[in-house]
Design a protein around this ligand. Structure first.
Ligand SMILES: [Fe+2]
Ligand SMILES: [Fe+2]
Length: 138
């Protein structure tokens, strides 16, 4: 069972970024399912590393989108992404140290982060981009 499903409340109005966010959710649910099925070790460590890669790619896509649409708070958003990745790395290392055993702390962090970041932070660049049609990236 997925830990979290995509729903309309996560729709920021920029389809390419919505699609990335769905990829992040999928990768998180895959780890959760493997964890629920009792998997540990390399299997989990690899899935955790994969989600990290999906996030790195998404943050880079998102930063490019913000640049293209002249989003004024790009630098602050970049700092928030950097901090998220640092926190993610800490969780990934803790899981590795525990022999590839994921934990509630990790899943709680992911859920809180996804909801708060998408609804509170990402929505701002999307609203900015959609406010002026010529800024809207194709
Ligand atoms: Fe973001
Ligand atoms: Fe995002």
């Amino acid at each position: 069972m997925p830990i979290m499903n995509w729903d309309q409340t996560l729709d920021i109005g920029v389809e390419a970024m919505n699609s990335d966010h769905r990829d992040i959710l999928d990768a998180m649910n895959t780890i959760f399912d493997a964890h629920q099925a009792g998997q540990t070790g390399d299997a989990i460590n690899k899935l955790v590393a994969k989600l990290g890669d999906v996030c790195i790619r998404h943050f880079s896509d998102e930063e490019e989108f913000m640049l293209k649409t002249n989003y004024p708070a790009l630098n602050t958003h970049k700092i928030i992404h950097k901090q998220l990745l640092e926190n993610y790395t800490k969780h990934a290392e803790a899981i590795k140290t525990a022999g590839g055993k994921a934990n509630d702390d990790f899943f709680g962090f992911l859920k809180r982060w996804l909801v708060a970041h998408i609804k509170g932070i990402d929505i701002k660049y999307a609203t900015h981009a959609n406010a002026t049609p010529e800024r809207k990236a194709s």
